[in-house]
Design a protein around this ligand. Structure first.
Ligand code: G3H
Ligand code: 13P
Ligand code: ZN
Length: 328
């Protein structure tokens, strides 16, 4: 199967009460770990590429690796894996155009930091070009705390999506999906200690709940329309503990509880973005590997288990968080 858009995936996900995982990719092992889990579980998949990933690995390498993953699914598993290739946090028309011209099936234009009418203007320009080329567009309203690609967005700047804006925005821009801000944020430190309570037994932070009231209100105003959640890593404490045990320093790393993401996936949320958990799985595995095998220096010796750790983590997300196993 060729690379597909998210249109069919989202329609089925919306009606079926599940979400598609959108995983950020930067190299071969990450792409392989994710796609192998999706093949094993017959799960539809979105592989997304940030501006940073594109400058790290180059567009052509990532595109060819993703094409190889599609071919491998066909050849080794005899299975047509539907994969959408998506630009994450596109910050300009030119960047979106370059990804559309370069074979992506979906792009995000993120002008959520601008006043709404300016956001509408640029989003509309991207939508027109994308739709003329058979590509779909994700846009964003509301601002997430944390890091939005290379731009720092401080916690104070974070503002939830205003439900009263969403209909006007979607009608004016013609976008195909909408990312909203309901309390998620990017990175492995999603909340400060002051925003959380602390579990007296484990000493771990317990984050404040997501704003499901905003999600419900948005869903009511946009019936049948796919909603996207960014910043949806759970920051599994087993990875954080392993990183800290084997020489790392990530005190108070905290993410979004998986049960809340599962709840959102049952509602109008059709796409859940995960990047930090991939990084944590890989880093925890490699730190442990070197602690146990200080003599190793062949990258295959630690990248192979790293790839397996990603595969296992993604398989868990597909089954227990997204609920999209068997839906491809
Ligand atoms: O939302 C941002 C993604 O996690 C991408 O991060 O810019 O470090 O590739 P990156
Ligand atoms: P996390 O940092 O929670 O993985 O978010 C990833 C993301 O939103 C990519 O756009
Ligand atoms: Zn994001």
């Amino acid at each position: 199967m060729a690379i597909v858009t998210t249109t069919e995936m989202f329609k089925k996900a919306y009606n079926g009460g599940y979400a598609i995982g959108a995983f950020n990719v930067n190299n071969m092992e990450i792409i392989q770990g994710i796609t192998e889990a999706a093949i094993d579980l017959k799960a539809p998949l979105i592989l997304q590429v940030s501006k940073g990933a594109r400058s790290y690995a180059k567009h052509v390498y990532l595109m060819k690796l993703i094409e190889a993953a599609v071919a491998d699914a066909e050849q080794s598993a005899g299975f047509d894996l539907p994969i959408a290739v998506h630009l994450d946090h596109g910050d300009s028309f030119e960047l979106c155009k370059s990804c559309i011209d370069g074979g992506f099936s979906s792009v995000m234009i993120d002008k959520s930091g601008l006043p709404i009418e300016e956001n509408i203007k640029i989003t509309k320009q991207v939508v027109e070009y994308a739709h003329d080329h058979g590509v779909v567009v994700e846009a964003e309203l509301g601002t997430l705390a944390g890091v939005e690609d290379e731009v720092n967005v401080s916690a104070e700047d974070s503002s939830y999506t205003k439900p009263e804006d969403v209909q006007h925005f979607v009608e004016e821009t013609g976008c195909d999906s909408l990312a909203i801000a309901i309390g998620t944020s990017h990175g492995a430190y999603k909340f400060t200690a002051a925003q959380c309570t602390r579990d007296p037994e484990t000493g771990k932070l317990i984050p404040p709940p997501l704003r499901f009231d905003i999600l419900e209100e948005v869903a009511k105003r946009l019936p049948g329309f796919p909603i996207v959640l960014h910043g949806s890593s759970s920051v599994p404490q087993e990875f954080v503990d392993k990183i800290n045990k084997f020489g790392g320093k990530m005190p108070d790393a905290v993410g979004i509880p998986e049960a809340q993401l599962r709840e959102a996936a049952k509602m109008a949320v059709c796409k859940i973005n995960i990047d930090s958990d991939l990084r944590l799985a890989l880093t925890a595995c490699i730190r442990e590997h070197f602690a146990e095998h200080p003599d190793h220096f062949d990258p295959r010796q630690y990248l192979k288990p790293g790839r397996e750790a990603i595969r296992a983590m993604v398989a868990h997300k597909i089954v227990d968080v997204l609920g999209c196993d068997g839906k491809a």
